[in-house]
Design a protein around this ligand. Structure first.
Ligand code: NAP
Length: 429
């Protein structure tokens, strides 16, 4: 039997692109159907840059859009990155030409997924993005394929390795956020501009994609509530620990009667919970389904090897002819994404107050909370040197966010309270 050779064009030869080239050079026959996948053409910014593999025998394109539309490739792999610009233009060009696209670009899929899905559908070309969420850990295929027989109600995970590394280091070494971030930048765990990671945007891109796959709606990144880890202080990590929690950046989504909520918040997770025990750059995800129950996956969320493996799995799907809608339904039938207003959230909370060292403060705070209908679960007062006051921290039972905000506003106005109380959510999972 003659084996078909699929000509692969790869735009972007950085961490992921380099990893994919190395893999395909070594294992061109990896795909189950027995055909071969051979990289024949590449594009990057700088032709003379040293690469981990010899690309001298491959066709070179200065412009990724020209590569995407080239009749000399069968599959276009986009590993440039960025929600707009050349990555988007190239993916659009490939799909318009009816060419299968594999990408690791979560920003692109989260922000333009619906329009790209429509383009893909119009030309009949697959658009696959396993590597876009959790790198080498197969979250996308799990939701898109293995869980279609279930109704997913909620998901919560650690989807940004950089943030988890920073929070883990802050906890284990007792160091501040700026200190650990500087270290993470030195060793290559964080970008020179860390905003996308530490601001929570990368995790929000990923959970927006997972929400679309789980709930059969178009991704709606614009509706995500996003809070990064920049405000997490060593004091919060220490106080949370005293209360039996670790702080993690939790990306979550749930479907309620009101619609879909997509959120990213630094959150308290109880000791012993698998998300609390997920340390370093590892990613993890809980999925709650009505029939399957609870599923937990954990694994590498980045890196050349794992991410290239996920791209290769998508290439294999194209080669074997596996076909699914880009999300869970044809583009025109995707449910509208009805976002739940942030004030509708109901959950437990952690409040840290800085108060004057005088009698009656705790009673005043407790009374205010009771008047607002917020019920206290636990209370901790801890003397801290040079804090400029006495830090007190309390956790609440489940409460509506609107009620909590009202209570925080009223506590802030109490005479003995020095600054606005700091709020962190306690993860629901
Ligand atoms: N790194 C990971 O572990 C990981 C994990 C999951 C998903 N992803 C996603 O994978 C994608 C690639 O990430 P990466 O970490 O591999 O990025 P990277 O190391 O920064 O590499 C980007 C590549 O794109 C090329 N490039 C940039 N602008 C270009 C342009 N205008 N035209 C042509 N080529 C251009 C660069 O060329 P030069 O080399 O010539 O500068 C470089 O080869 C991103 O969407 C990222 O979010 C990455």
């Amino acid at each position: 039997m003659t084996r078909k050779t699929w000509r692969i064009g790869v735009a972007g030869l950085g961490t992921v692109g380099g990893g994919l080239l190395e893999f395909l050079l070594e294992r061109p026959d990896f795909a189950p159907a027995g055909d071969r996948a051979v990289v024949t053409a590449v594009s990057a910014r700088n032709r003379s840059r040293a690469r981990s593999v010899d690309i001298s025998g491959l066709a070179w394109f200065d412009d990724p859009v020209a590569l995407a539309a080239s009749p000399d490739i069968d599959i276009f792999v986009e590993l440039v990155g960025g929600s707009d610009g050349p990555a988007k233009a190239a993916v659009e060009a490939a799909l318009k030409a009816g060419k299968p696209v594999v990408t690791a670009n979560k920003a692109l899929i989260a922000e333009h997924g619906a329009e790209l899905a429509a383009l893909a559908e119009a030309s009949g070309a697959p658009l696959l993005f396993e590597a876009a969420v959790m790198g080498g850990t197969p979250a996308v295929k799990m939701l898109r394929e293995a869980m279609v027989g279930d109704d997913v109600s909620a998901m919560a995970g650690i989807l940004n390795g950089t943030c988890n590394f920073i929070l883990s280091e802050m906890e284990s070494k007792g160091r501040s956020f700026p200190d650990v971030l500087a270290d993470a930048q030195r060793i290559g765990y964080a970008e020179a501009d860390p905003t996308t990671d530490v601001g929570g945007f990368d995790a929000a891109h990923k959970i927006s994609i997972l929400a679309a796959l789980a709930f059969g709606c178009a991704p709606n990144f614009a509706a995500a509530e996003i809070e990064g880890i920049g405000q997490v202080e060593q004091l919060d990590i220490a106080l949370a620990k005293d209360l039996g929690y670790r702080i993690r950046l939790i990306a979550s989504t749930e479907r309620t009667a009101d619609g879909v909520a997509v959120r990213v918040h630094p959150s308290l997770v109880a000791f012993g919970h698998p998300l609390a025990e997920t340390r370093g750059a590892t990613n993890a995800l809980f999925i709650e389904g009505s029939r399957i129950g609870r599923i937990f996956i954990q694994g590498p969320g980045a890196g050349a090897g794992p991410t290239a493996a996920a791209c290769a799995a998508d290439i294999a799907d194209v080669m074997t002819g596996a076909r699914r809608p880009v999300f869970q339904a044809p583009a025109a039938q995707l449910a509208p994404f009805v976002a739940v207003a942030p004030t509708r959230r109901v959950g437990k909370a952690y409040l840290r107050l800085l108060v004057k060292d005088q009698p009656g403060v705790i009673a005043a705070v407790s009374e205010t909370l009771a008047e607002c209908g917020v019920s206290i679960d636990s209370f901790l007062q801890k003397p801290v040197e040079d804090a400029g006051g006495v830090p007190i921290v309390l956790t609440t039972h489940a409460v509506a966010e609107s009620v909590l905000t009202d209570a925080i506003n009223r506590i802030e106005r109490l005479e003995a309270v020095i600054e606005r109380p700091k709020l962190l959510r306690i993860a629901r999972i």
